[in-house]
Design a protein around this ligand. Structure first.
Ligand code: NAG
Ligand code: NAG
Ligand code: NAG
Length: 400
């Protein structure tokens, strides 16, 4: 085995195309154990995507033949070799990391049929690894219009990248459909599919320094979970606007609460909205707007709902990402649950009456001040006059 320390990479393939070792997380504070393509710096596999380690933690290839990554005293990753002792770790020119047993048998490999050259970046959800409590789908092969169908109706079991095409097969390896992500002129490249932090699946050509095919899944940037911050309406690339119903709230946020202790109210975010998950999840119920409101109000985990009057479909959600501008025919009313006592402007009605009463209060205060000043002035005049009278009278008397 050759040990080379090259920016934390300690095992390099014969052709030097791929390396195994440590790379930093995006914020450069912690470390991931990875297989990386050296030319493009693209990560193609990671042992501990969800639990990065610190600089004092260790990758251990023990005398007992076990391969593991430790974080403090905890094991965050270990290769499942079925209890067999590993005698060698090999970084192959294909990018496959292989653990070999006695006699060269393969005990474990980073390539599995369906995950070959596909990678999910850590922190794909903006908040943290656990993301939404209940996962919300935003793309499916069945609804992808760019899919080229080879055989209808099968259930996808295997996906593989082959040239410029992402191919899908059923359990019996029957070719079902493909997604062509690049033109045929660079079909010979070594392509990887990456589910990025931004929610897009993007395709990169490793032979071409990791250049991006530009074709992304999904095609509409606004149909990702969080192209914008929560509650903002996405329309086109990097265009985020606070919806009308929340525009008088600080930062477009509304102290969203999921609770049912009675101190909550539902505020309308707008009535011409859409939401990325609505095309992929079944409605919670079929009802009218009042029914949908009370379903969310009485459900502790409901944080927002979408209602479509044309169909009566009511969708309840326990987490919420950004909204979309509605396209013709699929317009929803959106309400979110907020705390009814806390926060500035949490009650629009109160605000309105507050504004109305403002001049009345001013008039009363000013009027009172004028009356008091008037009384003080009269009292002052009266006092002065009496004093003057008292001072003058003796003279008068004397003159008299
Ligand atoms: C992620 O969020 C969940 C739920 O809010 C929380 O329980 C968990 O501790 C968070 N994890 C990290 C690593 O911040
Ligand atoms: C791809 O590779 C094959 C075999 O190496 C070659 O015959 C073909 O011309 C190449 N295609 C392109 C577009 O480079
Ligand atoms: C309560 O709301 C959650 C979403 O927050 C939803 O998944 C669930 O079905 C709702 N429960 C009922 C009984 O409607």
């Amino acid at each position: 085995m050759t040990w080379i320390n090259l920016n934390g990479l300690f095992l390099i393939s014969n052709s030097s195309n791929f390396a195994f070792g440590f790379s930093t997380t995006q914020d450069a504070t912690q470390f991931l154990l990875v297989v990386v393509h050296t030319g493009s710096s693209k990560v193609i596999w990671s042992a501990n995507r969800g639990s990065p380690v610190s600089s004092s933690d260790k990758f251990i290839f023990g005398e007992d033949g076990k391969v593991s990554l430790q974080k403090g005293d905890a094991v965050v990753w270990t290769a499942d070799t079925g209890g067999k002792r590993v005698s060698a770790v090999e970084m192959q020119d294909s990018g496959n990391l292989v653990l070999l047993g006695n006699g060269g048998s393969v005990l474990w490999q980073s390539f599995e049929t369906s995950y070959r050259y596909t990678y999910i970046e850590p922190g794909f959800c903006r908040w943290n690894e656990t993301c939404f409590q209940t996962p919300q789908p935003y793309w499916s092969i069945q609804k992808e219009s760019r899919m080229i169908i080879n055989k209808d109706g099968g259930k996808v079991a295997v996906a593989s990248l082959s040239g410029n095409s992402w191919r899908f097969y059923d359990g019996n390896k029957v070719f079902l459909s493909q997604f062509i992500f690049s033109d045929s002129s660079d079909a010979n490249g070594t392509w990887i599919a990456v589910l990025g932090n931004d929610g897009f699946i993007s395709f990169y050509n490793l032979d071409d320094g990791g250049s991006d095919s530009q074709t992304k899944i999904p095609s509409d940037p606004c149909s990702r979970p969080e192209p914008c911050d929560a509650h903002y309406v996405c329309s086109g690339n990097n265009v985020c606007q606070c919806p009308l119903g929340l525009s008088d709230r600080p930062n477009c946020q509304a102290e969203v609460v999921s609770s049912c202790d009675g101190s909550t109210e539902l505020v309308s975010a707008g009535d011409r909205l859409n939401y990325f998950a609505l095309g992929f999840v079944p409605p919670s119920s079929r009802t009218d707007l009042e029914g949908c409101k009370s379903a969310c109000h009485g459900n502790c985990s409901c944080l927002a709902f979408f209602f479509q009057s044309s169909s009566g479909n009511c969708f309840l959600f326990s987490d919420i990402g950004s909204f979309q501008n509605s396209h013709a025919g699929s317009s929803f009313v959106a309400y979110i649950k907020v705390s009814s006592d806390g926060g500035s402007g949490s009650n629009a009605g109160g605000d309105g009456s507050g504004k109305k009463s403002f001049p009345i209060v001013v008039i009363i205060v000013i009027g009172t001040l004028i009356v008091i000043c008037g009384l003080l002035y009269m009292a002052f005049r009266y006092h002065r006059k009496k004093e003057e009278d008292a001072r003058i009278s003796p003279l008068h008397l004397r003159r008299r």
